[in-house]
Design a protein. Structure first.
Length: 258
């Protein structure tokens, strides 16, 4: 199984987010293969939750489609086990699902099925000791967020409790593709001093933005809503979605490696 660190070894990392099971598990498999072909270095797989508070309308809708298709933690892990393990995977979900399954059980299932890292938007580092211990036991990375409003003191605390990569939030608010990048995003990248890779997400949707983020000092970019938008537009023709996603992913990868 690949580790999160492997995504950052060769070059700047392109991290892609999709919601597992959107619109079907079979579609997820096709999309994952397309992302890998196009150069994605790491894939975040969303485990859908009914109240995704960090997500904007695009990913909320994806979660709803996935839940309506029957996705749940058991089916999620069964799906992940079938995916190619040529790149690492992280699960992005909400703490209610982890707590209900049991933190040790959830971490063990991640390890046994090919998940290398866990991202939990509604779990602050101050309350993450239990999950952190489970991740250490099963050699998983626990990835935390740093936002533009995070104080310098708290940035240091987050760095100390993070592994894999630091998830820098590009802007305030929820997920969603944007056309512009805020100056504070670039400032945030430069404020975070650590040997842990820094990846920026929330709002990146095109190669120019990706290039700007990398030039500002990031080690990777995270793209979600722009990809999920393509799925939403083509739920009745998943092959078209796959084609569009592969094209965008190639362009994003070129944007961060040239």
């Amino acid at each position: 199984m690949k580790h999160i660190a492997d995504a950052f070894k060769r070059d700047k990392a392109l991290i892609a987010y999709i919601c597992a099971g959107d619109p079907t598990p079979d579609a997820t498999t096709k999309i994952v293969h397309a992302l890998i072909r196009a150069g994605a270095d790491l894939i975040e797989l969303g485990l859908p939750f009914s109240d995704p508070i960090a997500d904007g309308p695009t990913i909320q809708a994806a979660s709803q489609r996935s839940l309506q298709a029957g996705m749940n933690p058991d089916l999620f892990f069964d799906l992940v086990k079938t995916l190619p393990k040529t790149i690492p995977y992280a699960v992005m979900t909400y703490y209610n699902l982890i707590f209900h399954r049991g933190t040790m059980t959830f971490a063990k299932d991640c390890r046994n099925h090919g998940i290398a890292g866990i991202i939990v938007p509604d779990l602050p580092p101050e309350e993450a000791d239990e999950l952190g211990e489970a991740c250490k036991k099963y050699n998983l990375d626990l990835i935390h967020f740093i936002a533009p409003t995070t104080t310098p003191e708290r940035i240091e605390r987050i760095i100390q409790s993070s592994s894999g990569f630091i998830y820098l939030v590009a802007r305030l608010g929820v997920t969603g593709a944007r056309e512009d990048l805020e100056d504070r995003t670039k400032s945030l990248i430069q404020q975070v001093h650590t040997d842990i890779p820094k990846a920026v997400g929330f709002g990146i949707s095109n190669p120019q933005q990706a290039k700007e983020i990398i030039n500002a000092g990031a080690d990777g970019i995270i793209v979600g809503s722009a990809i999920v938008d393509m799925i939403a537009r083509n739920t009745d023709d998943i092959n078209k979605a796959v084609e569009e996603i592969e094209t965008l992913t190639r362009k994003l990868k070129e944007g961060i490696t040239r």
